[in-house]
Write a protein that binds this ligand. Sequence first.
Ligand code: CP
Length: 317
Amino acid sequence: MEKTLSVKHLIGIKDLTKEDIELIFSQADEFKEVLNRPIKKVPSLRDVTVANLFFENSTRTRLSFELAEKRLSADVVNFSASTSSVKKGETLVDTVNNILSMKVDMVVMRHSSPGACLFLSQHIDASIVNAGDGTHEHPTQALLDAYSIRESLGGVKGKKVAIIGDILHSRVALSNIYCLKKLGAEVMVCGPSTLIPRHIAHLGVKIEHDLRTALEWCDVANMLRIQLERQDVGVPYFPTLREYSLQYGLTKEILDSLPKKIVVMHPGPINRGVEITSEVADSKQSIILNQVENGVAIRMAVIFLLSQRRRSQGELN
Ligand code: CP
């Protein structure tokens, strides 16, 4: 019997089983092979229509989803909140229901509110894929990150991954923690105490405030961006960007002084010269562009598997 995902929507990694993640990875392996052919396209989703709804800015995720959908031969419609009737006060459910009445099967959504994708999944019939909801989850980023670790190091189980930087505001950090722990990796979060959520140890991660200690421990350092747009409290989380960079910025000098060669990752967009120098971001130890490349295969796998599930249950339009 054909294997299927245990979920109808991809709201968060928290809802996936280890088997779901492994199924997505093996499907992504097949699509990666397609992406290396001269004609990078398969006819698998000719009967599927996908709407990409972006209520918040994106470069990588938006382009990657659109490309993934087109490589699968799905029909694609794109929606940007900044040029829509949302500006005239239309609600999220009204907006989406209007789009769905045009017989859309799947909605890929990015929204600034944590829980927006879950809310939508409770009100509409289409499958929802979370492309990042506020500070909550960014599941496809975590899948492509873990997939890239698997590709670079031959597996994820038993690997030591340090997630470094602004953990407090990061949906990438939370999704990565769920995903890496389900796959059997050891996870450490590192940053100033003001940027580490108070109860994060309950997720089974180590906490470290010293960058060098974290780097000496890990096989992989996932450097996160300081999310200046979400730091809207009166009291700053750290004195200045320069001070943050001196304490937590990854430089070539630190990288070269470590006892072993580690893999360097970053989900993007990069603040060059803040959490990572250009020299490190562009070095041989960095797999940042491999992550972006793998994102297309991972998103093809997610959309394909969710559509396959809908098709098997007679739910496609
Ligand atoms: N990594 C990521 O989500 O990048 P974008 O915000 O450009 O989509």
